[in-house]
Design a protein around this ligand. Sequence first.
Ligand SMILES: *[C@@H]1O[C@H](CO)[C@@H](O)[C@H](O)[C@H]1NC(C)=O
Length: 211
Amino acid sequence: MGALIRCAIVLLTVATMVNFRVLTRAMSTVAKSFEASQVVPDVIPKAPAALLQVKYPSGVEVKEGNELTPTQVKDEPSVKWDAEPGQYYTLAMTDPDAPSRKEPTFREWHHWLVGNIQGNEVNSGETLSQYVGSGPPEKTGLHRYVFLLYKQPSKLTFDEPRLTNTSSDKRANFKIAEFAKKYNLGDPIAGNFYEAQYDDYVPILYKQLGA
Ligand SMILES: *[C@@H]1O[C@H](CO)[C@@H](O)[C@H](O)[C@H]1NC(C)=O
């Protein structure tokens, strides 16, 4: 009898392990990296299935949490995805770790927000907030910078302030998940993120923002 129970337990354990492996293999690497880094749930409740391609003019590419420097990401990147013809998209970049991941009292500080993008031509969209690179304050450690792409239900009229790259006004205390809810965007369909900490480009960026 004891042997039978032991045998059943072993079988059950093996079955659970096999099940778990099938499950994790089915989960995309995007979902895994978003969860491992806690972008889910800190920014969005559910990870996107697809990876956004994000490349900077400096030559670096965003790769699911790799570390880049503020110098490398100072200029607007090119972002690509598999777009459906005739479809409108919203693209966002946001930092949940403002002013630090430990004490994110300004969560989130948003860096870029473009709506009504046709296909995957970001330039065709309506810029709500112009691109601003990473400016993590000194001694606040690594910040996560998260790119998210949403499929719009249709062309939208955005009731949002238009923010330039020469002021930090209205960038803080943003919530991309609430923005998505407000405009019925659903969950993001693609995403990516990198991490960055202070370097000597940050004071230059602050000057640009008039800080
Ligand atoms: C700020 O935005 C303008 C476009 O309005 C652009 O020409 C300029 O290069 C940007 N400045 C920086 C430092 O990114």
